[in-house]
Design a protein. Sequence first.
Lengths: 306, 306
Amino acid sequence: MEVENRYIAVRHHVDGPPSEDDFEVKSAPVHWTAESGEVLVRNMYVSIDPGQLNRMKRHSASQQSVGAIVPGERIVAHGVGEVLASACLEYEVDASSGFPLSYHVGVLGMSGTTAYGGFFEVCQPQSGEKVFVSAASGSVGSLVGQFAKLAGCYVVDLLKGKLGFDDAFNYKEELDLKSALNKYFPDGIDIYFENVGGEMLEAALANMNTYGRVAVCGAIAEYTDPGRRAAPGLMDVVYKRIALRGFLSYDFMTQFHEYNAIIRNWIREGRIQVIEDVSNGLESVPSAFAALFRGENVGKKLVKLP
Amino acid sequence: MEVENRYIAVRHHVDGPPSEDDFEVKSAPVHWTAESGEVLVRNMYVSIDPGQLNRMKRHSASQQSVGAIVPGERIVAHGVGEVLASACLEYEVDASSGFPLSYHVGVLGMSGTTAYGGFFEVCQPQSGEKVFVSAASGSVGSLVGQFAKLAGCYVVDLLKGKLGFDDAFNYKEELDLKSALNKYFPDGIDIYFENVGGEMLEAALANMNTYGRVAVCGAIAEYTDPGRRAAPGLMDVVYKRIALRGFLSYDFMTQFHEYNAIIRNWIREGRIQVIEDVSNGLESVPSAFAALFRGENVGKKLVKLP
């Protein structure tokens, strides 16, 4: 069997904010035979993730752990697909989840695992603690905020439209982030779920309580502008005994099924809202990706392939 | 009983590097009676600690946890003294340690506890791991490096004269700290015991391995120049899953006797060297303190009171 495979590639390394022009749609034939030992899959949903930008740079720490994206070549991404033909009979088809298939690239995929592991394992929340989530409009942040509410925490978020959080603000409207956080957290921050970096991390650390924890999930402000690094107060880190820990979703692979079962129950019980932001068609991947860095998405960004 | 008590005070808040002129010797009478419920102590050794500088500043995160030093008033510091008179009969005298009394303000006091807890508890070292200690000439760093050798680690240190470490360098002679660390740690750093801050932290993070740990004990470069903040690469923190944790010696008070017993054995067995840098007389406190920030001490800095 031979099919035409269309894919997105970067034309060149992308070191600043991405734009649609950095990408191109390419095409190549794919051959499949019963003897190939391979699976032929038609992609239905593709996950659009900000961390992919780091794989597109000339140099980045990400490339040691998750690999580089080579200009002109296929970009590896998470997705959901339909098996058209398979030479791997040991794999069984599981089509019984009862959830929309798109959930498997978001809340039931790596976004949910990242949010669950990052919040419950890295942050070790206690009921009543004060939680600040940056980039809560994103796929991970929107879940972390909701998980924190379920854990009995007080949650303030960077999402303007609140998802049942205690408060929220738009950081683009705040002239002084340090004072803004002090206003929203008069009793200080116990847990900061970090997606943004830069001056947001500085402001959060200055407002943290003793034994505060920072889960460093990403630093989207620093992805597009490497000169915009956070210069956190180390004296806060020492005297307030703050712990910062970076993590990747891959760290929680062994707990994937355990976390997923809990998240599935929460969705069924209506305890968390799943927010998706869907674009249509392979050609929309570049614009969907570029829009992430302008903060235009609300919820999990994904592309539906018709 | 009435005695004249001489003490050191700061004349004013100290926000930059300290100099001898910032201090004054003062004097006030102390009254002791059997009914006072108090203990009258003659100080014999006083600990000289860089962290005290943060208590002298106009504002500092340290003052929430360890209190401010008020200009003109007595400075609280750790010391060893002889009880001249006591109205607290429930306290027994323990003069049987068999070690020099000065050890109790250093290796058998808070310096030893900080080094032991900071290294073994915060860093969780494994044999064979690569350890970098900054400010190893200091009271804590000189112990951490020796503890790391006992734990079977490979140790590089900022101390020029090696204490049995695998390598050492003088950071003042290195133009590019990031390249210098790469040269000393071709296989990367697993544990960084942070005393310095600023560009040293940046260089260490850039050279760390996956799952690296940073114990943030102090940031002496930032104590004297608040504008000299570290701007670490958050992408290193995320993708290499680095954990940074601030701590204070006070966090290990419940383990004080346990740690002390181990350290005493190591000293008796000759497995660690105790390095002291002693000045004489109360009047030498200001110069001893100011010299800490010029990196002039080697080992635990203390003042002997005749």
